[in-house]
Structure formats: C-alpha cells, structure tokens
Unconditional design. Sequence first.
Length: 304
Amino acid sequence: MANTLIIVLGPTAVGKTSRSIQIARWLNTEIISADSRQIYKELSIGTAVPDSQQLHTVKHHMIHNHSIHEYYNASHYEREALLLIENLFQKKQELVVCGGSMMYIDVLCNSIDDLPDVDPVVRNNLLLRYEKEGLETFRMELKKIDPDYYAVADLKNPRRILHALEIFYTCGKKYSTLLSAQKKKRDFHILKIGLNLPRAQLHQRINERVDRMVAGGLLEEARSVYPQRNLNSLKTVGYAELFAYFDGKISLDQAVEQIKRNTRRYARRQLTWFNRDKEITWFEPDREKEIMEFIQCSLQNSCL
C-alpha cells in the first residue's frame, strides 16, 4: 500500500480541526497544518490554533514554527512541508494535512517551482506605481487581466496582488493559468476530503467563532502585536480590523462585525478556489461514518 497524504480542507470554521484529529487518532498518525497564519508563534486566538488538549491528543506540525517578523510564503511552506512529510513517512504510512489556505494546499499537491522569475524592472515599476496610485488601481487591473485569480485572491494583501501582476507583465501569462497548469507527480498518494455546510449554517458558525475569539482574549492578543501592525503577516482578518479600532477609526462593535463579514467573504473565496478541484470529495463535517468509510475504502484501493 502506497504512502497516503489525507488532506482535510474546506472553508474557515467548518470543523476541519476536530475531524482531522479524529481521522489521525483512528489511523494512529500525525497532523500537518496547512494554515498560512497558524505558523506564527505570536498568534493563537485569531488564527484558531488547536487548543492545548487537541495538540496533546494528536501530534501537530507546522504550527507556531515561525515568527511574524520572518518573511514566509507558499514556496517556503512547500519546501518545509515536503521535507517533513518525507521524514514522517519513514514511520507512518498515512499522514493527515488539515487546513484551508488555498495556496499552501496547492503547492503541497502540485508545486509552484516552475513559476517564472520576476523581471526586476517590472517589479520596480509596479512598486513605483503602487506608491503613486494605491491598491485599488491594482485591484481593478488584476480583475481585468486575471478575473479567475481576482475571484479568490486576498484583495487586502498588496503583496499577493502585486505578485500576480508581476508574473503577468513578466511572461504575459495569467497567474491563475500558471497555477492550474502545474502538476508535479508526488511520490505518495493524495486523498482530498472537503468539508462544507449550507451557507447559513457556515455563516452562523463563523459568527459564533468570532464571538468566542473575542471572549477568549482576541483583543489582548491583537494589542500585543499592534506595534508590528505594518508587517505583512498581520495584514489578515481578525487583526487588521482591531488595529483600526485601536487607531480610533471604528468602534469595537464595528470591528467585530467587520471581522465576521470579512471572514465570511474569505470563506466564499476559499470555496471558489476549492471548487475548481475535481479531486476533492465533499462531505458535511458531521458525516463521520461516511468519511471514515470513504477513507478506508480509498486506502484499500477498492473505490477510487
């Protein structure tokens, strides 16, 4: 039986962590996080890091292993995660990956090694334009030249938008096309399990989780990293809105409502991205028996 990477993915707050832990316990294996913010050791509440009991129940990797002060991207994740996976497969035949960061999951399955190097002249010209024209101009530019990537991109993240434009103006190809065209065969089997809920239920879960985060100390966590608020690692939902509150631009109630709204929008982008992938088999998260039967059947190569 080939080594198998079981990827549990889906929108934020759908219940990936608890289901992944259950799968990992059943298989007596370990979990690798595919979350682009859980890697930062300064962040826990706003990134929904598994709690101490969950971390104790099953060994987790790629959580709190970097600092917000470090530059880190999907290429770094690919290199680190693949090395980790290679080592873990020495003792485990199945591993579980849990997360909703679209690029992290894509690079783990397909790689981004073949993306062209950006022309430094193109990069410099775009940076100069960005300083003069601002982010909104570049958002509209991306929407025009690459609507597929625009639909799933983090539109509040200048680095992501600039990089997609850099790629286009360097080689004349859309970023989304390059991403979807790249497929590198891994030396392990990949099984993708998607978790989702009807939209109203998912939105309710998102709203309730934000309320729990606030009650659990999110304001204090955000205030502790507020002096570093200009770091790219902190330009993310849950922190950016509270920084605006600390700056006196909005009220606390407005900040919390914006966190809920922006998290719902992020969930929509996640689903848009994942729905392109026909290799994902979808379940509602409480369909425990169906999920376990599907994994067992797949591992036995009897229903793939």
